[in-house]
Design a protein around this ligand. Sequence first.
Ligand code: HEC
Length: 99
Amino acid sequence: MIRRTLLAALCALFADLAIADERRTYDPSRGELLYSTHCIACHGTQVHWRDKKLATDWPRLLSEVRHWEGFARLKWTDDDVAEVARYLNAMYYHYAATE
Ligand code: HEC
């Protein structure tokens, strides 16, 4: 009986680890997913490489993402905002990101 409980506990533990692992490996594209779900509708990608862009450095990029997230009332966490900013930065801006 004790062995069964132990086995069940171990299974639960490994299941948790597997889920945590999956989330971690999925993280890099989370920003992309959030962005393409909520943000791409009204501006095509060209808004991020126009000449007079508003996001002129990493802090401005973060605050633009925060602004538009608030505009769309998405209630993102700071992490969500950072993920999307990181995604946009990797794709278009290439600023030196400071956390
Ligand atoms: C209601 C339409 C709309 C939605 C939804 C929207 N945007 Fe925008 N976004 C715009 C417009 C319009 C501009 C250009 C604003 C300007 O030039 O003053 C812009 C500009 C930006 C910029 C600055 C681009 C630059 O460098 O000049 C960023 C970054 C941005 N949006 C991110 C986002 C993110 C992230 C989301 C999703 C949370 C989002 N936007 C959702 C319309 C939208």
